[in-house]
Design a protein around this ligand. Structure first.
Ligand code: ZN
Length: 253
């Protein structure tokens, strides 16, 4: 069985939050613009999309204070096209979690099966009061959506690993993609937002369980070491500028 062949980062634009949400309780009063992106994986078993960015209209309606910036070229359909695909080509959507900036494009991918942790779908459908805004986009729960619920660590396809990393949300997954001839790519999603936060075990201000969140940061560190993986930060503008974005891609040999 073969591994994934190409990986694209699909740009979804950017949002603004206060520094104290990036590094829990630290740095209040400093607004920070941060990137949002999705990960498209070409694999012999199918075309996988890890997270789907945010929907600009939804954010303007419900979280306008996050000052969304998204061009027409930064929507999921346009980004897929940039990588040479259409929305109908996507076989599987995997949501790290269901916060609005990770699932806003699910509704475009009507042919795909949606994979996510069983606890995440429950939390998003019936959020705690402090999680209502985070789960403000419910468009992933469209009538045609087919869900495949997961628990624990899962190898979804050869070399495509989901690691259970709760804390930020109830059912959070991180993704590791093996590629032939190079280090695996490790996408920790929202376990920690920036390299500085990760280095200090600082999770984001938005979290369900802070103790589990710290354990998950440490788990990512162990995984990165074990797999000799290249870590990708999800919401950090400085490192984002160094990543290859679609139509450019990361490829196995
Ligand atoms: Zn999140």
């Amino acid at each position: 069985m073969a591994k994934a062949t190409r990986v694209w980062l699909l740009d979804s634009g950017s949002l603004v939050i206060d520094q104290s949400h990036i590094t829990w309780n630290v740095g209040a009063g400093n607004p920070v613009r941060f990137p949002v992106y999705s990960v498209l994986i070409e694999h012999p078993d199918g075309l996988f999309l890890f997270d789907t960015g945010f929907d600009e209209d939804l954010v303007n309606e419900k979280l306008a204070f996050e000052l969304p910036q998204q061009t027409a070229a930064q929507t999921i359909p346009a980004q897929l096209e940039l990588a040479g695909f259409s929305t109908d080509d996507v076989d599987a959507v995997v949501n790290s979690h269901l916060h609005f900036d990770h699932c806003g494009g699910n509704k475009h991918l009507t042919r795909a099966t949606t994979y996510l942790h069983e606890d995440e779908i429950r939390a998003a459908r019936s959020p705690e009061p402090f999680e209502v805004l985070g789960y403000a986009d419910r468009s992933w729960d469209h009538p045609g959506a087919a869900f495949s619920l997961l628990s624990g660590d899962v190898e979804l396809a050869r070399g495509l690993h989901l690691f259970y990393t709760p804390g930020h949300t109830a059912g959070h997954y991180s993704l590791l993609v093996e590629l032939d001839g190079r280090n695996p790519l490790l996408f920790m999603a929202d376990v920690a937002y920036t390299p500085a936060a990760y280095a200090k075990d600082q999770q984001a201000g938005f979290h369900r369980d802070p103790v589990a969140g710290v354990r998950s940061i440490r788990r990512i560190r162990q995984l990165a070491k074990h797999w000799d993986a290249d870590i990708f930060f999800t919401h950090d503008m400085d490192t984002y500028k160094t990543y290859r974005l679609a139509p450019d891609f990361y490829a196995g040999s």
